[in-house]
Design a protein around this ligand. Structure first.
Ligand SMILES: [Mg+2]
Length: 193
């Protein structure tokens, strides 16, 4: 019996693009806990022009296509997977989002290219999109988002597995589907099909 292709969603920054700024995340969480305890579970939405510029600068540091990307293209070409990009990037990063879509030649390989154009909280946005697209797997590097999606059984009905790419600061967190980088995830996916 021929299986239907696995529907896999990929986050952009820290997953398809290598982003050195992502190691800063645990520090940001740490400082937020000290100075603004109520903000702990909220993601910051840039409000002023200067904040938007800082935000853009942080995202500009996403400068490299991650090793493993060619294997994704291959799996798509062989019709073994159906791939989607779901980025939490806000509307102010629209131009840069499409700049990378171009560089990745993503329109050729991905069945859907989505970013957070309505400026929703990123974890809420991703949860909604995973359900809407009926994904089998979602690949994410941000632990706050992974724990939101995976730990409360929010995606249990849809059976979506969330694969987490961890960084050195977060590596001690126990989680079933944790991987050091994208290539390991590709190996795992290949073992599933
Ligand atoms: Mg990310």
């Amino acid at each position: 019996m021929k299986q239907r292709p696995l529907r896999i969603g990929f986050d952009l920054d820290g997953v398809l693009l290598y982003n050195p700024a992502r190691i800063v995340r645990p520090l940001v969480v740490f400082f937020k806990k000290i100075f603004i305890p109520k903000e702990q579970n909220k993601f910051h939405l840039p409000k002023t022009k200067i904040e938007e510029i800082i935000w853009l600068f942080l995202h500009k540091s996403s400068f490299m296509i991650t090793p493993g990307y060619d294997e994704i293209k291959k799996l798509v070409s062989e019709k073994k997977i159906e791939a989607y990009i779901i980025s939490g990037r806000y509307d102010s990063l629209k131009e840069d989002f499409y700049h990378w879509i171009n560089k990745l030649d993503a329109t050729k390989y991905f069945s859907g290219l989505h970013y957070n154009s309505g400026n929703e909280q990123p974890h809420i946005y991703k949860e909604r999109m995973i359900k809407k697209l009926k994904l089998d797997i979602f690949v994410e590097d941000n632990w706050d988002i992974v724990s939101h999606l995976a730990n409360d059984g929010k995606l249990r009905d849809g059976n979506c597995k969330v694969f987490w790419i961890y960084n050195i600061f977060d590596r001690g967190i126990p989680y079933r589907y944790k991987f050091p980088h994208l290539k390991k995830i590709i190996d795992f996916i290949q073992s599933m099909i």
